[in-house]
Design a binder for this molecule. Structure first.
Ligand SMILES: NC(=O)c1ccc[n+]([C@@H]2O[C@H](COP(=O)([O-])OP(=O)(O)OC[C@H]3O[C@@H](n4cnc5c(N)ncnc54)[C@H](OP(=O)(O)O)[C@@H]3O)[C@@H](O)[C@H]2O)c1
Length: 284
């Protein structure tokens, strides 16, 4: 890669940021398409967020991703937020449009593409979404366009109820928010088509944990775990043993990046190259 005075700069802001796979994924795509662009990781603490955003704007950075803990707090610092990101209440991608910072959220689209790629359609399906954090909100607002019924279960019940209420205000499907416990899971998983884990339960280093007791997983149901470290979570190993169809978090990780790349460059990136780069990054 040649860096010169015309090199476009992209990046990701978050804290911690050292383990982000985004630089590996995006730089692999820039290289393959021979674009004069580079993607860097910037550690930005919450107290420095406003200054950092001002600086990125003043320096004319072309675009950047936003990760924990800034996905919500960045919103008032942007010039515009697209309507989906506004409903979700979180931004993970920012584009610099002639000096104006515009926010988007590509997590939901990433999840949708990941399911599609695995042959899973959401049409007329009952989806049980476990978790009501940032990722869950993105998935819920995206899935609401396609599913017939959406059940949101969360450890903090109030967040599930609030998310369900804002979905039902915006969309016409059947939606309910409940406390995450065995009783509600038993009831709702009985006739569910798709179960999605959006909590961080089972994520490294707590890899022995699972948000769903194995006995509640039904053969033939789709179990999608968006956790990607590790790729084979305890939930997915249990689901496979029970005869469910499993989808891991890798494709969502790649497709949310694909969508961000498209927003920034207007080009379709080399998806296979991005998959390989993400897998390489996960092994490091
Ligand atoms: N594959 C991808 O592309 C992708 C993209 C985004 C995120 N992710 C992964 O998704 C996970 C969640 O990310 P996020 O940004 O949504 O985080 P977040 O906003 O912090 O939300 C965390 C969620 O996990 C729940 N939770 C945490 N610990 C729990 C426990 N011990 N028992 C039950 N529930 C628990 C929280 O419940 P409370 O509300 O009760 O605290 C909340 O619903 C992370 O593992 C992240 O790496 C993957």
């Amino acid at each position: 890669m040649k860096i010169n005075a015309k090199t476009k700069v992209y990046g990701v802001i978050g804290d911690p940021i050292e383990h982000s796979l985004s630089p590996i994924i995006h730089n692999a795509a820039f290289k393959k398409l021979k674009l004069n662009a580079v993607y860097l990781a910037f550690k930005v603490s919450p107290t420095n967020l406003a200054d950092a955003v001002k600086g990125l704007k003043s320096l004319g950075v072309s675009g950047f991703n936003v990760t924990i803990p800034h996905k919500i707090s960045i919103i008032p610092l942007l010039d515009e937020v697209d309507s989906l990101a506004e409903k979700i209440g979180a931004v993970n991608t920012v584009k610099n449009v002639d000096g104006k910072l515009v926010g988007y959220n590509t997590d939901g689209e990433g999840a949708l593409k990941a399911l599609e790629e695995n042959g899973v359609s959401l049409k007329n399906k009952k989806i049980v979404l476990v978790g009501a954090g940032g990722a869950s909100r993105a998935l819920a607002f995206t899935f609401a366009n396609y599913a017939e019924e959406l059940i949101i279960l969360n450890r903090t019940e109030e967040k599930a109820i609030n998310l369900a209420a804002s979905i039902s205000k915006n969309y016409g499907l059947k939606v309910k928010g409940l406390r995450l416990n065995e009783e509600n899971l038993t009831l709702e998983l009985k006739d569910a088509d798709i179960l999605v884990n959006t909590t961080s339960v089972g994520m490294y280093p707590n890899i022995k944990e699972t948000p769903i007791p194995k006995k509640l997983i039904k053969p033939g149901m789709v179990v999608f775990d968006i956790v990607y470290k590790p790729l084979k979570t305890r939930l997915l190993r249990d689901a496979k043993l029970k005869g469910a169809k499993v989808v891991d978090g890798l494709a969502m990780l790649v497709y949310q990046a694909v969508k961000a790349f498209e927003i920034w460059t207007g080009l379709h990136p080399p998806v296979n190259v991005m998959f390989k780069a993400a897998l390489r990054g996960l092994k490091d």
